[in-house]
Design a protein around this ligand. Structure first.
Ligand code: KG4
Ligand code: ZN
Length: 354
């Protein structure tokens, strides 16, 4: 069976056709995965502008879906279902995908499958690597999310922890903005950090030891927090600006040192918790997915730590790490085979919980 996936939760309009292989170990194959990025539009504003994002999704969605079908050599009657991201995300953006998917599924008389965006990121690991050895601890780390999941059975996702404030990708984007490096911040900080000294700037490491009284699901040591780190970078930059003797702007080397020092703290915080959870839940594998999983230091350290601990590690390829519809199609196939379809009164849910 072939499924059409649609993803419009943030600033990428994406459609993909994914097919079942019949091989239980590597269940899915990508036939097409078209992504229309809006980065150029939002760059001017230093971040995603929700109103501009939803308007651009409306402009792009028809052509993106048509191209995904054409590249896959697939016509509507060849499809078995339509899967769409229901949430979480920007509600105006989500609504474009959900409305399109409902209309298309109704017109083509196809079942509709509602997918959680983070289930898509988790399944990007299976789409790339085949089924993971379970139980697996999976970190989803992007511009909107930093959450740790335990996957004990295929398609069963148990959240172990999440960030108490900023997502890691958000911290990358904010730090890049305050250093004047542009949007999105992750790729540029990643690149500049390569020529920096990662011990040059002393930045705080956050360790949460107690549950949050106001949010009982935030239990403690596996939770993440990145807003203090962002503020520490801001203080470092301000201190320099107030030091009249050194008022000149940062040199390229100083910028590289800040990037490297920031990145070391973020990557260490992420990887440490992945392996604490892996040990606690006796995981047979660990995975990292989402936009920040494209980070070169994170990829290298995950693999090195996994090799030292003798735990197999999994990552999506770069095209599957940032937002795309192939991962939504894959998660949709998983859900469809488990018997879960949506009705045509499906609504977008900006705060959908997994
Ligand atoms: O998964 P994604 O495409 O969208 C969300 O669901 O948020 O992730 C986008 C995030 C952005 O914050 C971006 O700065 C970050 O992923 N990112 C990176 C890298 N490439 C993208 N962060 C660190 N290093 C990278 N190489
Ligand atoms: Zn995402």
């Amino acid at each position: 069976m072939r499924i059409l996936g649609i993803e419009t939760s943030c600033d990428e309009t994406s459609a993909a056709v994914v097919e079942e292989t019949g091989d239980a170990a590597e269940p899915w194959a990508i036939r097409s995965n078209v992504v229309a990025s809006q980065v150029a539009i939002h760059r001017e504003w230093g971040g995603v502008v929700p109103e501009l994002a939803s308007r651009q999704h409306i402009r792009d969605i028809c052509a993106v879906v048509e191209r995904a079908l054409a590249e896959a050599g697939t016509a509507w009657p060849d499809l078995g279902a339509v899967a769409v991201t229901q949430g979480p995300g920007l509600v105006g953006s989500l609504l474009v995908g959900v409305s399109f998917a409902k209309a298309a599924a109704a017109a083509a008389r196809l079942p509709l499958v509602a997918v959680h965006h983070l289930a898509g990121h988790i399944e990007s690991l299976v789409l790339q690597n085949g089924e993971l050895p379970l139980p697996s601890v999976v970190l989803v780390v992007s511009g909107g999310h930093t959450s740790l999941y335990l996957v004990e059975r295929p398609g069963a996702y148990q959240r172990l922890s999440r960030t108490r404030d900023d997502a890691a990708g958000e911290a990358y984007d904010k730090v890049a903005k305050l250093l004047g490096l542009g949007y999105p911040g992750g790729p540029v900080i990643d690149r500049l950090a390569k020529s920096g000294d990662d011990r040059a700037v002393v930045l705080p490491t956050t360790r949460l030891t107690h549950a949050d009284r106001n949010a009982p699901e935030l239990r403690g040591d596996l939770d993440f927090s990145f807003s203090g780190l962002k503020t520490a970078v801001l203080r470092h930059v301000r201190a320099r600006q107030h030091d009249a003797a050194k008022r000149a702007s940062f040199t390229d080397q100083e910028i590289a040192d800040i990037c490297a020092s920031f990145q070391r703290v973020v990557v260490t915080a992420l990887i440490d918790r992945v392996f604490v959870a892996a040990r606690r839940y006796q995981a047979l594998s660990v995975g990292v997915a989402g936009g920040v999983s494209a980070n070169s230091r994170l990829r290298a350290e995950l693999q090195a730590r996994g090799a030292r601990r003798d735990v197999p590690t999994f990552l999506p390829g770069l095209a599957l790490s940032t937002d795309n519809a192939a991962m939504i199609a894959a998660a949709g196939l998983r859900k469809f085979r488990a018997g879960s379809t949506a009705s045509f009164d499906l609504n977008a849910d900006a705060a959908l919980v997994l």
